[in-house]
Design a protein around this ligand. Structure first.
Ligand SMILES: NC(=O)c1ccc[n+]([C@@H]2O[C@H](COP(=O)([O-])OP(=O)(O)OC[C@H]3O[C@@H](n4cnc5c(N)ncnc54)[C@H](O)[C@@H]3O)[C@@H](O)[C@H]2O)c1
Ligand SMILES: [Zn+2]
Ligand SMILES: [Zn+2]
Length: 347
């Protein structure tokens, strides 16, 4: 089969690889139908995730059809259409029992990281019973691809941890796919204002059609002054960090109202200053989280019933064999106005 293979920092190619087989009784092999590229794949290619080694097939998102299941798999059979979660979970360990699938003692984020992933014609999925979901009839499969990672990430790490309530004022720093997933799912809770902050005018423009009430280009105006002017000088009830750099987390610290919640989503490579000299008395909460994908069944219902439409996030489509071109488009998001790309296995 063909697959997108990582060969060390800056190097990847579309290679011939052996088709995966069942290695453990709890595995399934899925024939990939649609997959996508994540910002995290770009982090890997930059060399930011050193545990990914030469020869690894990338990708942790997608939908497909079950090709084969191990003898212990009971929920799925050959021919079933499935959504693949970016998090593999045994469902039995201490963390899985708490719903913290991201910290599963035998799984977690391993696909396209510690084991071969989904940017391939076939993928082996461990703990299939707990890591795959049946795709309902009559639901757009491209919408379902957005449920592998970005929607649960935005919802769990941003909206749930930020405890958004009706009438709240919310700022989302970063209007990439993750920030937009927060924007879509924040609206379940009818906040009174959702302020999007980014540097890219194209992305900010797009957020208006997704339900943002205000946008701030933080390169063109001071975001702190603007947020205070939009919130009667209080700051926001919920500030969600969806970039992953010190400046954007510190911005959240500067705009949070008393009693507010700062929910971090970004993957940080550097330490960030925590301004307790101003925050100690403000009754705020700061949360961090690796996506658990424990809300996937609930989000699947909201997508199936069209309460949210994640296909709005898809800007480009390619055949799977043209994945090198898709990476170029995804890597040049500002040039090509890219949000999410969809790759279809036409074979
Ligand atoms: N916690 C988790 O489980 C989890 C899961 C998936 C992704 N992530 C992380 O979430 C973050 C966002 O992911 P993404 O795919 O949307 O990334 P992305 O790179 O596509 O988007 C980031 C956005 O931030 C904007 N930005 C950059 N610098 C800025 C600044 N100084 N001020 C304001 N905006 C700025 C960019 O213009 C871009 O639109 C990344 O750090 C990613 O690694 C975390
Ligand atoms: Zn991802
Ligand atoms: Zn587990």
């Amino acid at each position: 089969m063909k697959a997108l293979v990582y060969h060390g920092p800056g190097k990847k190619s579309w290679d011939e690889k052996p088709k995966p087989t069942i290695a453990k009784a709890t595995d399934a092999v899925v024939k990939m139908y649609k997959t996508t590229i994540c910002g995290t794949d770009l982090h890997i290619l930059k060399g930011d995730v050193p545990e990914v080694t030469d020869g690894r097939i990338l990708g942790h998102e997608g939908v497909g059809v079950i090709e084969e299941v191990g003898t212990a798999v009971t929920n799925f059979k050959k021919g079933d259409r499935v959504l693949i979660s970016c998090i593999s979970s045994c469902g039995k360990c201490e963390y899985c029992k708490k719903g913290m699938y991201s910290h599963c003692e035998k799984g977690g984020w391993i696909l396209g990281h510690l084991i071969d992933g989904t940017q391939a014609e076939y993928a082996r999925i461990p703990f299939a019973d707990n890591s795959l979901y049946h795709i309902p009839e009559n639901v757009d499969e491209e919408a379902i691809v957005m449920l592998s990672d970005i929607l649960p990430t935005g919802f769990e790490c941003g909206v749930l941890n930020g405890q958004i309530k009706p009438g709240d004022t919310v700022a989302i720093v970063g209007a990439g796919p993750i920030g937009l997933a927060v924007l879509l799912t924040a609206q379940f809770y009818t906040p009174s204002a959702i302020i999007m902050i980014d540097l890219d005018d194209n992305r900010l423009q797009a957020t208006k059609t997704f339900g943002a009430t205000h946008t701030i280009n933080s390169q063109q105006e001071d975001p702190v002054t603007k947020v205070f002017s939009l919130t009667q000088n209080k700051g926001v009830d919920v500030a969600i960090e969806a970039v992953g750099i010190p400046a954007t987390f510190e911005l959240c610290e500067s705009i949070i109202a008393p009693g507010g919640h700062i929910a971090n989503i970004g993957v940080h490579g550097k330490s960030v200053a925590l301004h307790l000299e101003t925050l100690w008395s403000k009754n705020i909460t700061i949360t961090t989280r690796l996506v658990d994908t424990v809300t996937t069944p609930m989000l699947l219902k909201t997508v199936s019933s069209k309460k949210i439409d994640p296909t709005k996030l898809i800007t480009h489509r390619f055949a799977l064999q043209n994945i090198m071109q898709a990476y170029d488009t995804f890597q040049n998001a500002a040039r090509d106005k890219t949000l999410k790309v969809i790759l279809t296995n036409e074979g």
